[in-house]
Design a protein around this ligand. Sequence first.
Ligand SMILES: *Cc1c(COP(=O)(O)O)cnc(C)c1O
Length: 403
Amino acid sequence: MKSQEYLAKEAKYGAHNYHPLPIVIAKGQGVWVWDPEGRKYMDCLAAYSALNQGYNHPRIMKAAIEQIETGVTLTSRAFYNTRLGDFLEKVCQLTGHTKALPMNTGAEAVETAIKMARRWGERIKGIAADKTEIVAFEGNFHGRTTTIVGFSSDEDYKEGFGPFTPGFKLAEYGNLDSVKAMVNENTAAVLFEPIQAEGGILIPEAGFLSGLAKFCKENNILLIADEIQTGLGRTGKMFACEHENIQPDAYLLAKAISGGFMPVSVVTANEEIMEVFDPGSHGSTYGGNPLGAAVAVEALNVLVEEKLVERAEELGNYFVTKLKAIKSPHVKEVRARGMLIGVEIRKESGVARPFCEALKEEGILAKETHASVIRFAPPLVITREEIDWALERIEKVLNINVG
Ligand SMILES: *Cc1c(COP(=O)(O)O)cnc(C)c1O
């Protein structure tokens, strides 16, 4: 089939809950993808950082195939399997927490953390039943369930989907005084992204995260870091929280934890917090499945052993330095940490979408976020030469005539 036919079929039978760029990915290797006509593109979105290890990573592929060939891909948690323990041990080692709870999607990890925080609030902090509150931030992105969109500040995410779950408050992102104003004796947790990626690659000022961590500790409030997008190397550290040397009470991980092979997510925390879950209180049929666990262990091994975290830092800096040097009438600001890069387009130049479309014509796949920001977040296996290849084309596109 040709690209046009794939587009037409998805448009005909699919719900229109996405507005994709008109490109069909039929084959992938490293940072490169090919459409059915054999045209080659560099993927600078990497499935919103799920593909940090790149397409078709041979080691992860091998781990997946080996597990599939055992004939055991799903056991459910009614039984034990031979792979889950290794996965849980691995994430505990990486995060420094003592316990881990596996789920599938990022949104499920967030839901899990909400339940954990609420029970912890009632049972351990002593908040009255059904009174716990969680503070999140304006501009947040934590997923798409009804509870999660209920505390989004983006009307597109929530319009028509109410009534919403109560018990959430929003503070201004990056403003500790705003957090303090939202907190009271019923506050169980603060849920935050160390960088708001979907929010437009918004990086809080230095000192915000460490101030937040200190405040939460002093006030017996759980600090829950959603590192689903920023974690696992993307920002040049294993976790973006490390940029301010903070250790949150819980990490939420997904996306790159399975290198793009399948949905795997996890919540990590210490025993004193995680113990609020007892048999029957939470679960998921596919959560902790042996195929996902085998894939995730190898995906994490690849991150560490191929030094993808260090690469993100070094090559991210290279990319950004060169990107900032590009002269363009359209660029308002370049914001970046490691290989998570946002180019904000000036109001007078319109929105980011036409630039993404022009990039596609040049062989680069990038997606706008928050209307005015082009995100560059290629797989972390990208080389210096590949970055140079991309920069040449980005420079051209950032100088097109628009409007
Ligand atoms: C992608 C993302 C989620 C949701 O993950 P899904 O797997 O799409 O449910 C939650 N939080 C952040 C920060 C994300 O980037």
